[in-house]
Design a protein around this ligand. Sequence first.
Ligand code: BGP
Length: 476
Amino acid sequence: MNYQEKPRFPKNFMWGASSAAWQVEGAVNEDGRTPAIIDLNSQTKKPYADNSVAADHYHHYLEDVSLMAECGLSSYRFSIAWSRIIPDESRRVNPKGIEFYNHLINALIANHITPIVTLYHYDMPCWVDEKKGGWSDRRVIDEFEYYCQVCFENFGDRVKYWLTLNEQNMQIVYGDWLGVSKGCSDWFKEKWKINHIMNLCHAKAVIACHRMVPGGKIGPVPGYVPIYPETCNPADQIAAMNAEELTQKVWNDFYVFREYNGFIRRYWKEYGIDPDIRPQDMELIQQAEIDFIALNCYRSNVAKAADKDSEIKELQLNKSGKKGEFVYPVYPGIYALAPNPYVQTNDWDWEIDPVAMRYMLRYINDHYHLPMMITENGYGAHEEIAEDGGVHDQQRIHFLRDQIFQVGLAIEDGCEVIAYNPWSFTDLLSTGNGMAKRYGLVFVNTTDAEVRDLKRIKKDSFDWYSKFIKSNGKAW
Ligand code: BGP
């Protein structure tokens, strides 16, 4: 990368970091928190790691916030665990849960760090799943709205940036991986019904935030993977557009225009899918005007045409961290994914593609003309403490520098980007690979096999990021 041109960042740009409750907090049975569906995934199903301790942020939050302050963060994006706030179907509010997040938010604000709060990051309480039917039952909408209202009422005086559902698109695309498809007999069709219920939850959260939080801003958090056509063959271009629709554009169009786009309506008709959209649903959705789009972006994909009579092949993520295990899917007549010979990959076959960041920001800006914030972007790696006691993550420094450079270029291209929050501040559980895949600027001394002393060690990337953000993006 040529750093000669050095893009500039706006004066009040927020430089932060990111996490999610179930991946960082631990303390799953403490102070009244009840189990969440992701705990079950995490605790019983390999290769998920046990999340009962994770990075033990629940007990280390003060230390973690003071490290954030030392690093110079101006924002921190984290999520609230629904079952810490509302532990059972009686809807009683758990004062200990409120207290924990009050303390965390107050500590952040005291250190001039703006909280950016995700309402839902994969951790539906088990009581919602068991007693209210989970994501496939409309009763979840009222329960989620109530939980959001409790959050806005208790934290809305200090939290002004809210995010609705983390990566709703990925929850649908990877339904089995994230446990959303549990109990569905025909996921291919049922996912669209669940997606519609999630859309109604998103809408309820947006409307309640605007009603209850003075000056509050709220937006969705799609997971975004730019998709390039494999060649200039027009058939590959259409395949790339199909992939774009079915993995992200259907969601983004919906959030912004507040209606289902023509592509998905035709798709549902063609495959005989009824997502159970009721007339009053769209009236509600029309009122849910978002303020910004938050984006999680790690990598890019390549798509090519797939013959109608080719054999269907489902995508399989690399769960081992040994290169070469990712299975590229084939969806006959729609699209197939393919490797990209122009970019390198990490140990999990994720493309290392900084230009994807600029592409994404330009694409979203061109389509939706809304402010954007980056809520996730990062480099997952196997890491150990070196003999000198440090953690030398040079590759992460290269990754972050290259990605941020492209954010800067996108801003110069005319995109309104207000924050960059890489994943993650401390090491935390990877969704796919527990502690074996680390993302943090700060090392947490624990492994999947054994809970160690949980000591925090600043990695080399911490020092680089700290210097860089304290100069507001001048110290490349
Ligand atoms: C995003 C999720 C995060 C996080 C990240 C990295 O999709 O929002 O929760 O886990 O991906 O993925 P992984 O942990 O599988 O490497």
